[in-house]
Ligand binder design. Structure first.
Ligand code: ATR
Length: 485
């Protein structure tokens, strides 16, 4: 079940938020700590009767991540007075003494969710504490903060460890916790909380109703659903879930693609095997870190020393590099026809490696320029290219016509959101004859690209490569061509 946490500051606005999201959710949580202090008790009691879905009543204290700042006595009295309000569930903290508010609610047919929070870590006694709560006939709820991927993995163990507890809620907060929200059924939770699109998240790591219902289709995930994903750090900005998930949906493939924030690939690989992950994309900073764990690698991975796609074969993990083909796709014909003889690559990081190798394999001569010159020198030495300084690169077209590049590829993160004012080669004067290929896709037009457009250059946008590598990845994962319409 998807539960919308209502985050507005008045009951009227909360009701509106409920109605707007009504078709995307199964229930709602009324967070009275987020409301202004002047709300009448009668109006609060009436609220569930205005919603045609079950409502959870919650009044969260500041120390548990909420906004309720009055005394505990005031909070307890307020909750007691709301017991006649027809709430389906009431969330009460584990430390609250039993036998008082909970009994009042139970008499009215409201079920008790007994919660505890750890805003800083995943506590060692997580499962035993949930077990003890369940023994009292209450629904245990834990909201904890994973600080590493190992913590995320532990939360998923709840499904086996606590399988006897039929109704429970376990949530990993923050970015590490996002997979536990999307794949809530894989933790054994009966619901996941989410926020309304466009509103501030009700808790750290909340996804919105649209993403959970339509993009990840979390409520439809079963034991048979194939799990794919992307690992990286950071990873939440990735556009890949928005490429892969709609592809599965359109082809009727029972699969989901999830962002996994991973600090250590060493913990991810055993998890992936245990969890039955069938394939995953790899982004910064793990494209080289994954190499020791691969049992089989493609020719490109071997040459480039970088892997962005890992697929589970019968017994091992196979690494391929779809960045390589994704990069080539938009300029393939020009290369085949021999139109691109000289290229200038800006940057000497991981992305530049794939680009330079791809161009060298087509026989292009390549100049590499980079803010840190010795990195350009190293990549040039390895790939049989030439390293030049930023000043030399800026003068390329002015100095000697025969050195003039037909293709310029911008591979650095200069100009990428939020660094949108940066231009990695501000002195370069485009002639309008060159193809300018920008790897940054957010924003769609960087400052560098804008100058190239103004000069009349043919442009290749970052999203073209992103999309091309994504659809090849899709095929490697599923065996199917990506549905174009
Ligand atoms: P990626 O895998 O995306 O290429 P990377 O391996 O960290 O990431 O490489 C980042 C590249 O962007 C490097 O060439 C880096 O230059 P340095 O080697 O000097 O660090 C370049 N880069 C990042 N930020 C930059 C900036 N603001 N201006 C110029 N170059 C930048």
């Amino acid at each position: 079940m998807l539960c919308l946490t209502l985050t507005e500051t008045s009951l009227e606005k909360d009701l509106l938020q409920f109605q707007k999201n009504r078709d995307l959710i199964d229930m709602a949580e009324l967070r009275i700590d987020l409301l202004g202090s002047e709300i009448s008790v009668d109006a609060l009691r009436r609220f569930p009767s205005l919603c045609d879905k079950p409502v959870i009543l919650t009044c969260r204290r500041k120390k548990d991540g909420g906004l309720f700042s009055q005394s505990e006595r005031v909070r307890v009295n307020l909750l007691k007075r709301l017991a006649s309000g027809n709430f389906a569930y009431c969330d009460l903290e584990d430390e609250l003494p039993r036998g008082e508010i909970d009994l009042t609610f139970r008499e009215k047919g409201t079920r008790i969710i007994r919660s505890f929070h750890d805003m800083t870590a995943v506590p060692g006694n997580l499962f035993t504490r949930m077990q003890k709560i369940a023994e009292q006939g209450e629904i245990p709820k834990a909201a904890v903060m994973p600080n590493s991927f190992a913590d995320t993995a532990r939360i998923f163990e709840a499904k086996n460890e606590l399988q006897k507890i039929e109704r429970k809620i376990i949530i990993g907060m923050g970015n590490y916790g996002v997979p536990t929200r999307i794949l809530y059924k894989k933790t054994g939770s009966f619901l996941t909380f989410c926020s309304a699109p466009g509103s501030s998240p009700g808790a750290p790591g909340h996804l919105n109703t649209e993403s959970l219902r339509k993009l990840y289709r979390s409520d439809q995930i079963t034991d048979d659903t194939s799990i794919y994903g992307i690992i990286g750090n950071p990873v939440m900005h990735s556009a890949s879930p928005a490429i892969h998930n709609p592809g599965y949906h359109r082809l009727g493939i029972d699969a989901v693609y999830v962002p996994f924030m991973v600090d250590s690939v060493r913990t991810f690989f055993p998890f992936a095997e245990w969890f039955g992950i069938k394939g995953f994309s790899v982004t910064v900073p793990h494209k080289q870190n994954v190499l020791p764990y691969l049992g089989n690698i493609s020719r490109e991975v071997k040459q480039i020393g970088s892997c962005n796609t890992v697929v589970r074969t019968k017994k091992l993990w196979k690494g391929i590099n779809t960045d390589y083909y994704g990069f080539l796709h938009p300029i393939h014909e020009d290369l085949e026809m021999g139109h691109l003889k000289r290229a200038l690559v800006i940057g000497a990081g991981g992305a530049a490696r794939s680009v330079v190798w791809a161009l060298r394999n087509f026989g292009c001569s390549v100049y590499i320029t980079n803010r840190t010159f010795d990195k350009a020198e190293r990549l040039a030495a390895e790939t049989g290219s030439s390293a030049i300084t930023l000043q030399e690169a800026s003068r390329l077209c002015a100095d000697e016509a025969e050195k003039y590049p037909d293709l310029i590829i911008q591979t650095t993160s200069a100009g990428m959101d939020p660094d949108i004012e940066s231009d990695p080669l501000p002195e370069y004067k485009f002639t309008g004859e060159e193809i300018v290929y920008e790897l940054v896709y957010k924003p769609r037009i960087t400052r560098f690209l804008n100058r190239a457009i103004q000069s009349g250059c043919r442009i290749v946008y970052g999203y073209e490569m992103l999309y091309a590598q994504g659809i090849q990845q899709f095929k490697s994962f599923t065996g199917f061509d990506y549905p174009q319409n």
